[in-house]
Design a protein around this ligand. Sequence first.
Ligand code: GDP
Length: 442
Amino acid sequence: MAFEGLSEKLSAAFKRLKSKGKLSEADIKEAMREVRLALLEADVSYKVTKDFVSKVSERAVGAQVLESLTPAQQVIKIVNEELTALMGNESARLNSPAKPPAVIMMCGLQGSGKTTHSAKLARMLKGQGRRPLLVACDVYRPAAIKQLQVVGEKAGVPVFEMGNDNPIKIAKKAVSHARDYGNDVVILDTAGRLHIDETLMGELQGIKKEVEPTDILLVIDSMTGQDAVNVAKSFDDALGIDGVILTKLDGDTRGGAALSVKAVTGKPIKFVGMGEKLEDLEPFHPARMASRILGMGDVLSLIEKAQEHIDEKNAEEMAKKLKENSFDLNDLLAQMQQIKKMGPLQQVMSMLPGAAKAIKDEDAEKGEQQLKQMESIICSMTPRERERPQIINPSRKRRIAAGSGTEVPDVNRLLKQFEQMQKMMKQLGGMGKKGKRRRMPM
Ligand code: GDP
């Protein structure tokens, strides 16, 4: 999970502070030493770490903190604010073009996630009502065009390609194609290399000069830590970038790149990639990320995620069914599948305050397995059985268990759970009818 190591170390340092009540300068110094180590271990560069710790220390030893009633809370608040500032304070958005189409030039090293993120971005923009066009400018890797076509199709976004023609020419043609066909965003998937080299930079500079992109976004792999930050610095020096897309944050337990990019390059992170699927893209919000690192959760992102994945009509229908007590196993299955769409349980839980620490990886994994098992049991039932579970007799149970790769007691457990759920719903449904006195207090 993202930032796990850093979160754990910081929370250990703060726990010690909290246990002390009144704080002395020495206590703060000790805590800052731990913060410093935590950041260095997270692969934040020495200079960035040093500046960060000296800023926090300066503010933390002030009289206001030491003499306050909750000094440890004050220190955490300062760390939270400085972490947010370190990552750029404001959430960065895409630039607006003087006139459409907007041109987003994606660049980065091979394997950083450039093609995947071109499609993720296209999908996100399409969801916002835009009409994106993906453009295959990587003409060197034989499979690159095909790969873009595959992800483009998944995102439901057209792909413009001219085989292995000159990339600068392709970019120019694509922009005029977009004008003719009413595409208001052009996303250029440019060629990557294993290392930064002059030919690559020359080509990217050529494209930049020809089409004057609205946004040059550099895609970097967060798992490579400080290396990613160095790559960002080189690209910015040679090409001038507008922002960064930080990928593979789902697998980055350290978080050094996320914390240092802005400080080192002066350019903001605009989006983060949180998984291999096309929907695993989030706008980057420094304040929310700081809260997540400090284990304070990120409820706003969770709500946005839920809004994106849960369709309202379906939710209304479910509420009606609950009220009428006609919620059956078909509905339960549909609900479980909706929850699954929001992503791995662990990722969803990490956005809840305190949950990141309280719920261990194994617990989340167990929960995930249980959900999977419940789902396969329900899937092995006939639609009629799901509607009227009471018809499930022992021989049907054996069939369902065999079909779902489980045992009869597992099927029994699920049926029992569902029965209890129904009972509870009945009670809840009944409450409204019995007049105001029995209503739940709000
Ligand atoms: P490119 O060479 O820069 O175009 O990189 P690709 O888009 O082909 O991605 C390289 C690999 O990284 C692929 O296997 C992707 O599935 C994977 N990948 C890309 N983004 C993410 C992400 O945010 N999280 C994870 N876990 N994998 C990713």
